[in-house]
Design a protein around this ligand. Sequence first.
Ligand code: MN
Length: 252
Amino acid sequence: MLILLTNDDGIYAPGLMAMERALRQLGQVYVVAPATEQSGVGHSITFLRPLVCKEIYDGNVRRGWAVEGSPADCVKLGVFEICPQRPDLVVSGVNGGLNAGINVLYSGTVAAAIEGAFFGITSIAVSLEYDEHAQFDKAAGLAARLIAQILELKGSEAQLYNLNMPTSAMNTKPEVRVVPMDVVRFGEHFIKRKDPKGRNYYWAASDPVTPVRDRETDLTALAQGYVTLTPLQYDMTKQQMMSAMKQWDLRT
Ligand code: MN
């Protein structure tokens, strides 16, 4: 099995290295990752400037390809130019920080997996709750074990998944919950300050999110210490509006 591995924390991120080691148990791994951190860039792509791509070596061992672009750029280049054949699987992570709730839509980690799904390749985004001393090796091992099972169980069609692991799951034998993505707005505000020249500037700050407790979502399950797995789709069409709107007599 050929696996294309990327992330949004950059090619030198410890989560990426841990994921590479763990995925070697499942197949041949090609690493194509951003040269610098791209967290929060979402599904941006580079087309107004050239996409510089350099092979990165650790001594004499090639670690992968560093791309001066976004996570989605990395998947495109990986599939079109770098992998010797079409990858069987795209993995993005392990991200340092959860990608749950509406953060899924800001996430470069998830965008890379979505890009893989655009190619019809089964893709999975993998994230670990942010911790200064994050146990990426444990997280990557757990993710690789789950990925192997997902590939066994998923059926023949290509699928797109979002996997999140809370810090607490690193020291227990955690349960996995299949849950929908939450859509609650994150608590956030701007701090207004003045720079040395007296100009106003704003700095985005975040507050803890309080998901609605009337249904289990990725956010509620993660808060309870579960590992969460969410099947995703990128077709944003609101299907239930289609038949009613087809009847509209729109005039030009
Ligand atoms: Mn990140």
